[in-house]
Write a protein that binds this ligand. Structure first.
Ligand code: ADP
Length: 444
């Protein structure tokens, strides 16, 4: 480029000197230089016109080869042509990427929906039309909450907490169960992925029904067996002494089975019944006091010390039986696993985020690697200790379910040798003051 420019300057200087010489020879240097300058100008104007015509002709079509040019003009023509070609190539490449992305998402079974920062539908694939009934182009730019009107979806979408997916039946076909997953990106835009999980959902329902039905069917025979064994043990003198020990063991095991069936039924009800909408205002202090008394009874022989600390003004909007079952499971566990003479405390307090109910003991503690698995069904840290104490391995699974139905969660902290702390965390919208509770129908 520099050499082009320099040779053009050199040429111009030479022409100027030649014109000056010719003008001097004929005795009119100014006139000759003026004529030369006009010819020079006309040449450049012509080149400029060729450039203008070429650019005009290229505006709406594929770039055609540039006009032939020499020197600096040849360089300008070729340079513009090269830039145009590069831009076209980049555009073609981008277009092919977009085409490929659209083609591949078009073939997906999963619905893919792009939502603008004004919540309008920007783009969706054919699966979205099939699963959600979106119609093109009618629904373009329509707010997504106008097209999926299910209150559960509107609530989920509005809250903007998308860490866990939402399960909902399809707005166009109630037989289809869908799983919605939303991710925020860019400048407030959202990508919504919707999966058909009907098959999985049916299997899950079958599993829940099966466990529920089996537990229900087993309850009566086990109750009969336990009843007869109890009667026989009450009348020990009429049975041969060698049968006394086997009968006692049979009675213990049938009681254990009864407990397992009771807990399985509770779990199955928590899983299959939808959370009650008619919730009562539960006075937490009296609920905890009742639980404390029950636990004291259970651990009478161990002489453990129970403490309770709870403001009488705290009320919970919830299901009293479920809450009783959850907190009582934690307290009875604390009593079961803590040594004789140990301390167990129940305390509850409100924070800005909601309510915390803590059950703390100074028992043996739990090793850290067990903690994430404690709420799994039948997971026990120490099989023999748990069965000795009449444990079913289902208690903490029940606690987890109950808290989830109340929008809360269980937090477990423990240190070997120091004890354990089980905290029930409930969201602020579950906590009522005494005044609010009195304006409802109080229970508990
Ligand atoms: P289980 O009926 O066996 O008590 P849970 O689901 O209630 O079943 O508890 C699961 C396991 O967690 C128990 O088997 C026990 O090992 C452990 N665990 C629960 N609570 C405590 C506690 N307070 N201290 C020590 N270990 C505990």
């Amino acid at each position: 480029m520099i050499s082009d420019w320099q040779s053009a300057l050199k040429r111009l200087t030479l022409i100027f000197l030649a014109l000056l010489l010719a003008g001097w020879l004929i005795g009119a240097p100014a006139l000759v230089v003026l004529v030369g300058t006009i010819v020079y100008l006309i040449y450049h104007l012509r080149q400029l016109r060729r450039l203008y015509n070429w650019l005009r002709d290229n505006q709406n079509s594929e770039p055609s080869p540039p006009p032939e040019g020499r020197g600096i003009w040849g360089f300008v023509f070729d340079g513009i042509y090269l830039l145009q070609r590069r831009e076209r190539d980049a555009l073609t490449h981008l277009r092919s990427i977009i085409d490929k992305a659209q083609e591949s998402t078009g073939a997906l079974e999963m619905a893919v929906v792009m939502i603008s920062n004004k919540n309008g539908l920007e783009w969706w694939n054919p699966a979205a039309s099939r699963l959600l009934g979106f119609q093109s182009p009618k629904d373009r730019n329509q707010p997504v909450t106008n097209l999926i009107r299910e209150p559960q979806f509107i609530d989920y979408y509005g809250k903007g907490h998308f860490s866990s997916p939402l399960k909902l039946s399809s707005p166009v076909n109630p037989a289809l169960m869908l799983e919605f997953q939303i991710t925020s990106f860019g400048d407030g835009e959202r990508l919504m992925l919707v999966r058909d999980i009907s098959q999985l959902y049916r299997l899950e329902m079958m599993r829940k029904d099966f466990v529920g039905n089996v537990s229900h069917e087993l309850r009566t025979p086990i109750t009969v067996i336990t009843g007869y064994l109890e009667t026989m043990l009450d009348d020990r003198q009429s049975i041969a002494p060698r049968w006394s020990r086997p009968l006692e063991q049979m009675y213990q095991q049938s009681q254990r089975m009864e407990n397992i069936i009771r807990d399985l039924l509770t779990l199955s009800q928590l899983e299959t019944r939808s959370a009650s909408k008619q919730l009562s205002a539960v006075q937490l202090q009296s609920l905890l006091r009742e639980i404390k008394q029950d636990a004291e009874q259970v651990s009478q022989d161990k002489k453990q010390v129970f403490q309770l600390d709870c403001d009488p003004d705290i009320y919970i909007r919830g299901n009293i039986n479920e809450l009783y079952s959850a907190i009582s499971n934690l307290t009875i566990n604390a009593a079961k696993y803590t040594q004789a003479g140990g301390n167990i405390s129940l305390n509850a307090y409100t924070t800005r985020d909601g309510l915390t109910i803590k059950v703390t003991d100074n028992g043996p503690g739990i090793e850290a690697h067990h903690i994430p698995r404690l709420t799994e069904r039948f997971y026990r840290v120490d099989e023999s200790r748990s069965t000795d104490t009449g444990g079913t391995g289902l208690g903490l699974a029940i606690v987890k379910h109950v808290l989830a139905r109340h929008g809360g969660r269980l937090d477990i902290a423990s240190k070997i040798g120091d004890g354990s702390q089980f905290s029930c965390l409930l969201p602020a919208d579950r906590v009522l003051t005494a005044e609010q509770a009195n304006s409802r129908s109080p229970a508990g």
